[in-house]
Design a protein around this ligand. Structure first.
Ligand SMILES: CC(C)(COP(=O)(O)OP(=O)(O)OC[C@H]1O[C@@H](n2cnc3c(N)ncnc32)[C@H](O)[C@@H]1OP(=O)(O)O)[C@@H](O)C(=O)NCCC(=O)NCCS
Length: 147
Protein backbone atom coordinates (compact mmCIF):
# COMPACT_ATOMS: atom_id res chain seq x y z
CA UNK A 1 0.00 0.00 0.00
CA UNK A 2 1.29 3.43 -0.90
CA UNK A 3 1.92 5.78 2.02
CA UNK A 4 2.65 9.42 1.25
CA UNK A 5 3.73 12.00 3.81
CA UNK A 6 3.06 15.60 2.80
CA UNK A 7 2.19 19.02 4.17
CA UNK A 8 -1.32 19.67 5.38
CA UNK A 9 -3.02 22.85 6.56
CA UNK A 10 -3.15 23.96 10.17
CA UNK A 11 -6.92 23.39 10.10
CA UNK A 12 -6.45 19.76 9.02
CA UNK A 13 -3.82 19.21 11.71
CA UNK A 14 -6.04 20.73 14.38
CA UNK A 15 -9.07 18.69 13.31
CA UNK A 16 -7.38 15.30 13.83
CA UNK A 17 -5.65 16.52 16.99
CA UNK A 18 -9.02 17.57 18.42
CA UNK A 19 -10.72 14.34 17.36
CA UNK A 20 -8.22 11.83 18.77
CA UNK A 21 -6.08 13.65 21.34
CA UNK A 22 -8.07 16.49 22.89
CA UNK A 23 -11.79 15.86 22.24
CA UNK A 24 -12.58 17.47 25.61
CA UNK A 25 -11.15 20.84 24.47
CA UNK A 26 -12.42 23.27 21.82
CA UNK A 27 -10.12 22.90 18.76
CA UNK A 28 -8.60 26.37 19.25
CA UNK A 29 -7.40 25.40 22.72
CA UNK A 30 -5.25 22.61 21.27
CA UNK A 31 -3.00 25.23 19.61
CA UNK A 32 0.52 25.94 20.79
CA UNK A 33 2.71 28.89 19.70
CA UNK A 34 4.68 26.86 17.14
CA UNK A 35 1.47 25.85 15.36
CA UNK A 36 0.89 29.45 14.31
CA UNK A 37 4.51 30.21 13.47
CA UNK A 38 5.03 30.57 9.70
CA UNK A 39 7.96 28.15 10.00
CA UNK A 40 5.80 25.50 11.67
CA UNK A 41 5.39 22.18 9.88
CA UNK A 42 2.16 20.19 9.68
CA UNK A 43 2.56 16.78 8.08
CA UNK A 44 -0.21 14.42 7.03
CA UNK A 45 0.01 10.73 6.20
CA UNK A 46 -2.02 9.59 3.19
CA UNK A 47 -2.64 5.92 2.57
CA UNK A 48 -3.72 5.33 -1.02
CA UNK A 49 -4.68 9.01 -1.03
CA UNK A 50 -6.76 8.88 2.17
CA UNK A 51 -5.80 11.10 5.12
CA UNK A 52 -4.91 8.73 7.98
CA UNK A 53 -2.63 10.59 10.39
CA UNK A 54 -0.75 13.76 11.28
CA UNK A 55 2.06 15.29 13.26
CA UNK A 56 3.14 18.91 13.68
CA UNK A 57 6.28 20.69 14.85
CA UNK A 58 7.06 24.33 15.38
CA UNK A 59 9.42 26.70 17.20
CA UNK A 60 8.90 26.75 20.97
CA UNK A 61 11.27 26.68 23.91
CA UNK A 62 11.16 23.61 26.20
CA UNK A 63 10.25 24.85 29.68
CA UNK A 64 12.46 22.24 31.36
CA UNK A 65 15.65 23.42 29.62
CA UNK A 66 17.79 26.51 29.48
CA UNK A 67 16.99 28.51 26.34
CA UNK A 68 18.26 26.63 23.28
CA UNK A 69 18.04 28.46 19.95
CA UNK A 70 16.29 26.39 17.31
CA UNK A 71 14.09 24.44 19.76
CA UNK A 72 11.08 22.87 18.12
CA UNK A 73 8.09 21.30 19.83
CA UNK A 74 6.27 18.24 18.49
CA UNK A 75 2.46 18.33 18.61
CA UNK A 76 -0.60 16.47 17.48
CA UNK A 77 0.75 12.97 16.80
CA UNK A 78 -2.29 10.90 15.84
CA UNK A 79 -3.29 8.13 13.45
CA UNK A 80 -6.88 7.11 12.73
CA UNK A 81 -7.69 4.07 14.93
CA UNK A 82 -8.33 1.68 12.04
CA UNK A 83 -4.87 2.44 10.61
CA UNK A 84 -2.78 2.16 13.79
CA UNK A 85 0.03 -0.39 14.27
CA UNK A 86 0.88 -0.38 10.56
CA UNK A 87 3.99 1.79 10.82
CA UNK A 88 2.28 5.06 9.83
CA UNK A 89 3.16 6.87 13.08
CA UNK A 90 6.76 5.76 12.68
CA UNK A 91 6.88 7.27 9.18
CA UNK A 92 5.48 10.58 10.43
CA UNK A 93 8.07 10.73 13.21
CA UNK A 94 10.88 9.87 10.77
CA UNK A 95 9.79 12.67 8.42
CA UNK A 96 9.55 15.24 11.20
CA UNK A 97 13.05 14.30 12.40
CA UNK A 98 14.39 14.44 8.84
CA UNK A 99 12.88 17.88 8.22
CA UNK A 100 14.27 19.17 11.52
CA UNK A 101 17.68 17.77 10.74
CA UNK A 102 17.69 19.24 7.22
CA UNK A 103 16.74 22.70 8.44
CA UNK A 104 19.40 22.85 11.15
CA UNK A 105 17.12 22.76 14.16
CA UNK A 106 19.05 22.20 17.35
CA UNK A 107 16.47 20.42 19.43
CA UNK A 108 13.14 18.63 19.10
CA UNK A 109 11.01 18.08 22.18
CA UNK A 110 7.55 16.95 23.11
CA UNK A 111 5.35 15.70 25.92
CA UNK A 112 3.96 12.39 24.63
CA UNK A 113 1.82 10.05 26.60
CA UNK A 114 4.03 7.87 28.77
CA UNK A 115 3.02 4.69 26.94
CA UNK A 116 4.48 6.03 23.66
CA UNK A 117 7.88 7.01 25.06
CA UNK A 118 9.61 3.83 23.86
CA UNK A 119 8.83 4.82 20.28
CA UNK A 120 10.59 8.16 20.81
CA UNK A 121 13.56 6.43 22.44
CA UNK A 122 13.92 4.34 19.30
CA UNK A 123 14.53 7.60 17.44
CA UNK A 124 17.18 8.98 19.77
CA UNK A 125 14.98 10.94 22.18
CA UNK A 126 15.80 10.93 25.88
CA UNK A 127 13.43 11.60 28.74
CA UNK A 128 13.85 14.58 31.04
CA UNK A 129 11.98 15.36 34.24
CA UNK A 130 9.34 13.19 35.84
CA UNK A 131 6.14 11.85 34.25
CA UNK A 132 3.22 14.20 34.85
CA UNK A 133 -0.54 13.92 34.69
CA UNK A 134 -2.67 15.75 32.13
CA UNK A 135 -6.33 15.06 32.82
CA UNK A 136 -8.12 13.23 31.30
CA UNK A 137 -5.46 11.63 29.08
CA UNK A 138 -3.16 10.33 31.81
CA UNK A 139 0.59 10.36 32.33
CA UNK A 140 2.87 12.26 29.97
CA UNK A 141 6.65 12.52 29.79
CA UNK A 142 8.91 15.21 28.32
CA UNK A 143 11.25 13.83 25.65
CA UNK A 144 14.13 15.64 23.93
CA UNK A 145 16.32 14.96 20.90
CA UNK A 146 19.36 17.10 20.21
CA UNK A 147 20.86 17.55 16.73
C1 LIG B 1 0.67 6.88 18.89
C2 LIG B 1 0.24 6.73 17.43
C3 LIG B 1 0.27 8.09 16.73
C4 LIG B 1 1.25 5.79 16.76
O1 LIG B 1 0.89 5.63 15.41
P1 LIG B 1 0.90 4.17 14.76
O2 LIG B 1 0.70 4.34 13.30
O3 LIG B 1 -0.04 3.30 15.48
O4 LIG B 1 2.42 3.77 15.08
P2 LIG B 1 3.28 2.58 14.48
O5 LIG B 1 2.41 1.55 13.82
O6 LIG B 1 4.37 3.18 13.67
O7 LIG B 1 3.86 1.95 15.79
C5 LIG B 1 5.08 2.42 16.31
C6 LIG B 1 5.22 2.12 17.77
O8 LIG B 1 4.34 2.93 18.52
C7 LIG B 1 4.21 2.33 19.79
N1 LIG B 1 2.80 2.37 20.11
C8 LIG B 1 1.79 2.79 19.32
N2 LIG B 1 0.63 2.77 19.98
C9 LIG B 1 0.91 2.32 21.21
C10 LIG B 1 0.13 2.08 22.36
N3 LIG B 1 -1.21 2.29 22.40
N4 LIG B 1 0.74 1.62 23.46
C11 LIG B 1 2.07 1.38 23.44
N5 LIG B 1 2.86 1.60 22.39
C12 LIG B 1 2.28 2.06 21.29
C13 LIG B 1 4.78 0.94 19.71
O9 LIG B 1 6.08 1.02 20.31
C14 LIG B 1 4.94 0.73 18.24
O10 LIG B 1 6.03 -0.05 17.93
P3 LIG B 1 5.86 -1.64 17.65
O11 LIG B 1 4.85 -1.75 16.58
O12 LIG B 1 7.22 -2.04 17.23
O13 LIG B 1 5.42 -2.19 18.95
C15 LIG B 1 -1.18 6.11 17.29
O14 LIG B 1 -1.18 4.84 17.90
C16 LIG B 1 -2.27 6.96 17.91
O15 LIG B 1 -2.82 7.83 17.26
N6 LIG B 1 -2.61 6.69 19.17
C17 LIG B 1 -3.65 7.44 19.87
C18 LIG B 1 -3.26 8.87 20.10
C19 LIG B 1 -1.95 8.96 20.85
O16 LIG B 1 -1.77 8.34 21.89
N7 LIG B 1 -1.04 9.76 20.28
C20 LIG B 1 0.25 9.99 20.87
C21 LIG B 1 0.16 11.18 21.69
S1 LIG B 1 1.71 11.51 22.33
Amino acid sequence: MELEIRSISLDEAIAIRHQFLKPHLPPDETLSPGDLDPEGVHLGAFLEGTFVGAMSAGPEQCPLLEVVRGSWRLRGFAVYPQHRAKGIGTRLLEEIIASASASSRNLLWGTPRLRIVDLYRRFGFETIGEPFEIEPSGLHQTVVRRF
